[in-house]
Design a protein around this ligand. Structure first.
Ligand SMILES: Nc1nc2c(ncn2[C@@H]2O[C@H](COP(=O)(O)OP(=O)(O)O)[C@@H](O)[C@H]2O)c(=O)[nH]1
Ligand SMILES: [Mg+2]
Length: 396
């Protein structure tokens, strides 16, 4: 390989380098709100505070919540009176999850609930062991309830063709699909899609915050998300959004299409169809809210549209013949039937479910929440994240 003759290129190259350095220097030292590299801090925090963040007025002193169980408090002049919402923290777990369950609960208490005192409900298709109850009761700050799931809400219904279901599970297992061969995972996904909100222990609650064993809360939550949801007419809150594995939901979208053709009246006027589809609904782009974190309104799941939707999906058997997850089912339901204005991205809640973390991208939120996560490692703008699509829905 012959070297590039120096004399032929040196002058134009030098001029280009000089001009580039000069332009970059001007760019870097010019303070301007739209200058994306105006400071080191804006490299770490790509966003300024969002108009969609929970307003500061919600960061109230939780003192007015009073003692646990009280639903009224002495009003402070000039301050809005807040009451604890009709809400619960909710965890589905196995007895064997006890270590990770206790860890998640402890973090949730430390970061949020010790100030607000919301009750906890734990559900399991088996009776909870004394050990599980003892360990978890030791870390909660408020009332706690342990419930067993009725068999008919959990196990595969008798009308499912077991030969076909087994064949499909075996095929997915061979193909290496995650949880492809698991029947219990399918029971769990169907339960989370259409049954948890019917359990007697949660029947009287409206809102829930779903918490899984082994997750992490990386920031203080110094506001009450339930109160925010209630006062702002929000139905569904999320922190992470990503693509689903196509192989697990081969016929889900065509079933959704058939349902909305039969029931166009259920589709919200301002549905978030454009979050789910890049071509007006012809194809599903696989985007969904990661449902291991959810703050949502169970009255929506219990309502006419979602009930009809779940029953329709369930009757097609895709929870067992395929491996439909509660995440795409909830997401499609909320996006189409609740609509975009009713869905909240809780950007201020630092949340980790391995292997992904949502960490606030706004410096003020990160500091205010004493977040222990690293914003530059947030999943938000990972190539596998659907958040850019949600940003477009929000008009960002
Ligand atoms: N009681 C019970 N809970 C389960 C079962 N399978 C999963 N879960 C719970 O369902 C949730 C999701 O399960 P997980 O294993 O975390 O699934 P992943 O997050 O999709 O990998 C967690 O809260 C688990 O504790 C089961 O067979 N019985
Ligand atoms: Mg999980």
């Amino acid at each position: 390989m012959s070297p590039i003759p120096r004399t032929r290129f040196s002058r134009p190259v030098l001029i280009v380098v000089f001009v580039s350095i000069a332009l970059l220097s001007i760019f870097l030292i010019t303070p301007h709100p739209y200058n994306p590299v105006s400071s080191v801090s804006s490299l770490i925090f790509p966003h300024t505070n969002s108009p969609h963040a929970v307003p500061q007025s919600y960061y109230d002193d939780p003192e007015p919540y009073g003692t646990i169980g009280a639903d009224t408090s002495t009003p402070t002049p000039g301050q809005p009176i807040r009451r604890r919402a009709n809400a619960t923290l909710l965890m589905l777990a196995r007895n064997s999850d006890v270590d990770e369950a206790a860890r998640s609960v402890r973090e949730m208490e430390d970061r949020f609930n010790h100030k607000y005192g919301y009750p906890w409900v734990f559900l399991n298709e088996q009776p909870f062991s004394d050990d599980f109850k003892r360990r978890v009761s030791n870390v909660v700050s408020g009332p706690v309830h342990f419930g067993q799931i009725p068999e008919e809400h959990w196990y595969q219904p008798s009308w499912i063709n077991e030969t076909r279901a087994t064949e499909e599970r075996d095929k997915m297992e061979e193909e290496g699909v995650i949880y492809g061969g698991s029947l219990s995972y399918r029971n769990m996904c169907r339960f989370n899609s259409g049954f948890f909100y019917r359990h007697p222990l949660v029947q009287n609650f409206r809102y829930y915050w779903r918490v899984e064993p082994g997750v992490h809360f990386r920031c203080d939550v110094n506001f009450d998300p339930f109160a925010y949801m209630h006062e702002n007419n929000k139905t569904y809150g999320f922190t992470i959004t990503m693509y689903e594995f196509q192989r697990t939901i081969e016929t889900l979208w065509s079933t959704v299409q058939d349902f909305i053709t039969e029931h166009p009246e259920y589709v919200a006027v301002n549905s978030a169809m454009n979050f789910l589809s890049d071509n007006g609904g012809t194809d599903y782009n696989l985007c969904h809210f990661w449902s291991n974190f959810e703050i949502a309104d169970m009255d929506f799941w219990r309502g006419e549209a979602y009930t009809a939707f779940f029953d329709y999906l369930d009757s097609h058997g895709g929870f067992y013949y395929e491996r439909w997850g509660d995440a795409p089912v909830h997401s499609i339901g909320a996006a189409l039937f609740a609509g975009k204005d009713r869905i909240q991205f809780f950007r201020e809640i630092g949340y980790e479910h391995a292997p992904y973390t949502h960490c606030p991208a706004e410096e003020d939120l990160w500091k205010q929440g004493r977040c222990s996560c690293e914003p530059s490692q947030s999943f938000d703008y990972d190539g596998y994240s659907c958040l850019p699509r949600w940003d477009r829905i929000e008009g960002r």
